[in-house]
Design a protein around this ligand. Structure first.
Ligand code: NAD
Ligand code: ZN
Length: 354
């Protein structure tokens, strides 16, 4: 069976396109309604916050992403919005990196679906469309702007709310917004995109759809991270979008599976966790890892070492279980016989080396 998947229906791209946000939202506004701007708190008091096109009872809801999004945080934000007594907002606008984009998606869904965000971690468990939502990346690489998931850490697992309803209704891709990202963060999140491309292009699930997007995305990553271009922010923003489209119809692989384990137990953020895992994956991705090392050298990046050293047996076991739980990722990387090729003890050894 071929998957019949939805994509983001409306996209605006270009430097300064953020200035058109007021017009875009105007079409969705009704008398007495209001919208909530879910904004990364890194922009509090900054110029970008002042540019939010607030109207009527709209407000900015700053969110903190020091920790990657948790289901309990989503529940708290949704309860806070409801407690304002202004009714259900008619728009949620997410402004930030992958974490904030995921928070805004989840908030939109939980405003119209009962219970906790943790109830919906999995595939196609959402039954009611969320509130109209707009995603505006300020950091590029994750592909969260285009994906049908919102990755959340719950009490038991790190797993997305995967559904067609999770997709943004509109995205605004304005390369000017990613100009001020600190260098290391820019690199780690950009490498998330590069790793999406390598894992998609070399995986057993590859098809011409995913290859078309993945090849363009990896070419843009090479221009951004190995060459020098004035418009590198434009290129990285499109690489992220294309990388997201590539994995939408294929899958990521072993590096992502291992990084989920690191993230669940140690709270390591996605971008850097993928870099740590990828740096040692020559056996799966020889050419990709060699090129990645060149990119690290050019941008003078040194990764943390031995982050799993000294972890208790219990924690190593949890980490191994989380990593092994990502079945489609292993299957994409190693094919249908992945269980023979990657017994539990080997996964644990790979994690222990990081
Ligand atoms: P992030 O959103 O966690 O942000 C990283 C840091 O950069 C934060 O401190 C943030 O405040 C800061 N930041 C963001 N924009 C900035 C700017 N313009 N200037 C200065 N600082 C800025 O980082 P990320 O790598 O974009 O996202 C990682 C998250 O995305 C993880 O939670 C991961 O699980 C998720 N993710 C989601 C998908 C998806 O498809 N939904 C895919 C991959 C990753
Ligand atoms: Zn990723």
């Amino acid at each position: 069976m071929y998957r019949n998947f939805a994509i983001v229906p409306r996209i605006i791209f270009g430097r300064g396109s953020f200035n058109q946000l007021a017009d875009i939202l105007k079409q969705r506004r009704t008398p007495g309604g209001h919208m909530v701007f879910v904004m990364d708190d890194v922009f509090q008091g900054k110029a970008l916050e002042k540019r939010m096109p607030l109207a009527g009872k709209d407000y900015v809801l700053p969110v903190n992403v020091d920790d990657e999004p948790k289901t309990s945080y989503i529940d708290k934000l949704v309860a806070g919005i409801k407690a304002k007594g202004r009714g259900v907002p008619e728009g949620i606008i997410g402004i930030g990196g992958g974490s904030t984009l995921d928070i805004a998606k989840a908030v939109s869904l939980l405003l119209t679906n009962p219970g906790s965000a943790a109830d919906y971690q999995g595939w196609d468990l959402i039954t009611t469309p969320g509130v109209y939502k707009v995603g505006i990346p300020t950091l590029s690489g994750t592909g969260a702007e285009i994906s049908r998931t919102t990755v959340l850490t719950g009490p038991e697992k790190k797993l997305g709310i995967n559904s067609d309803f999770t997709l943004y209704d509109q995205i605004v891709l304005d390369p000017e917004l990613i100009a001020g990202v600190p260098r290391e963060q820019w690199f780690y999140t950009g490498m998330d995109c590069y790793i999406h491309d390598v894992e998609s292009l070399t995986g057993s699930f590859i098809n011409e759809f995913s290859r078309s997007y993945g090849e363009k995305s990896i070419e843009l990553c090479r221009q951004v991270f190995l060459e020098d271009h004035d418009n590198r922010d434009d290129k990285l923003m499109m690489a992220s979008y294309f990388g997201g489209m590539s994995i939408a119809y294929s899958q990521v692989g072993a590096c992502h599976a291992l990084s989920y384990g690191l993230s669940f137990v140690l709270g390591v953020h996605h971008g850097i966790g993928c870099c740590i895992a990828f740096n040692q994956r020559e056996e799966f991705y020889p050419e990709g890892v060699a090129e990645f090392k060149k990119m690290m050298k050019k941008h003078d990046i040194s990764l943390p070492q031995h982050i799993t050293a000294g972890l208790s047996d219990e924690k190593m076991e949890v980490m191994t279980t989380v990593a092994l739980g990502l079945v489609p990722l292993w299957e994409n990387c190693l094919g249908p016989d992945w269980k023979q090729l990657m017994p539990r003890e080997r996964v644990r050894q790979l994690l222990a080396r990081m």
